[in-house]
Design a protein around this ligand. Structure first.
Ligand SMILES: C[S@@+](CC[C@H](N)C(=O)[O-])C[C@H]1O[C@@H](n2cnc3c(N)ncnc32)[C@H](O)[C@@H]1O
Length: 307
């Protein structure tokens, strides 16, 4: 390649690129290329991509800008940078994404965990009196397992089940649970929302698909072209998954149990109304950091609450 110094024209005896490019120069050139491709936060993302390619931490790139780069490092960097220029999400290229301070494996079969979804974890944890309780936690549409695993990491005596229609996503969730150290307290099964589940769940968490079919064309290429469609879209108005899932939940919630459901922007009224139709009477909307109602918290209509 060219400006970014990714030429394969040769290397010196020490293995550095002929012409001698430094980490700082490659970083500058990569940030310009990503910005040109329409990537937001081009500099930060360049740092992460190059750190992965060079086998160092992102802070090392900043601390040692003068360090020379080898040809094989440049070749590896070029592969990763080309993928990002093709607007593959950074988390997919790196194969990981942080959520609730844990590192989650991410693949083509799983949605990249979003910071907004941490609102569900915060809302449920705020509501739980005793975190040492042996709660039973159910994650509907678990994907890579981020919601269930984050909750179990905060509730040391809780046990959980993650359900998803995608068998491939469940394999990733199992890997994540093991790697994060909660694998012995949860399991994952393929299923269609609550179908076939026994009752008795204290906490039910669900981040369903909620994008309207026609909205998909307006989304960023990272989402539109690279994330699993079944994790994103939900019918003509984006509410199909809520319509199907919400009426099933009261049957499986324990007395006093809580449901936390993620909401798309502007869906609070419609989903609250569906939750009331499903029989929930006590509802609370919880905002994300941008002030958008991101989580609907619903309490089982049973006064013997025990959380
Ligand atoms: C928006 S993603 C959420 C993934 C993960 N829980 C998260 O918060 O990042 C929705 C998930 O619901 C799953 N899903 C879609 N329809 C389903 C159904 N009928 N039953 C169970 N899971 C379903 C998808 O496969 C996908 O993993």
């Amino acid at each position: 390649m060219t400006q970014a110094g990714m030429t394969q024209s040769g290397m010196t005896q020490s293995g550095t690129a002929q012409g001698g490019m430094s980490q700082g120069e490659v970083l500058e050139a990569t940030a310009r290329r990503l910005a040109g491709a329409g990537v937001d936060a081009a500099r930060r993302e360049s740092r992460h991509l190059l750190a992965a390619a060079f086998g160092v931490g992102p802070e090392t790139l900043l601390a040692f800008p003068e360090r020379q780069v080898t040809v094989s490092q440049l070749c590896h960097a070029e592969t990763l940078v080309a993928r990002r220029i093709g607007r593959e999400p950074l988390a997919r290229i790196l194969g990981r994404r942080e959520f609730w301070s844990h590192e989650f494996k991410v693949t083509a079969d799983t949605l990249v965990p979003r910071p907004d979804s941490e609102t569900l974890i915060e809302s449920l944890l705020r509501d739980i009196g005793d975190r040492q309780s042996p709660l039973r936690v159910l994650d509907l549409g678990t994907g890579g397992g981020c919601l269930l695993i984050a909750l179990l990491s905060e509730l040391p005596r809780a046990r959980g089940l993650g359900v998803d229609i995608s068998v491939a996503a469940l394999a990733v969730a199992r890997d994540n649970a093991r790697a994060i150290g909660v694998g012995d307290r949860c399991f994952f099964v393929a299923g269609n929302w609550c179908a076939g589940l026994a009752p008795g769940w204290d906490l039910v968490v669900c981040n369903p698909p909620y994008i309207a079919d026609h909205e998909i064309v307006g989304l960023e290429p990272e989402v539109r072209c690279h994330e699993p469609r079944a994790a994103l879209v939900a019918g003509a108005d984006g509410l199909a998954a809520y319509r199907s899932m919400l009426p099933q939940v009261p049957r499986i919630l324990a007395p006093g149990g809580r449901l936390a459901v993620e909401l798309g922007s502007g869906q609070a009224d419609a989903v609250s109304s569906l939750a009331r139709q499903a029989g929930f009477k006590r509802l609370e909307l919880c905002p994300d950091l941008a002030g958008i109602s991101r989580c609907l918290l619903a309490v089982s209509d049973d006064t013997r609450g025990k959380l």
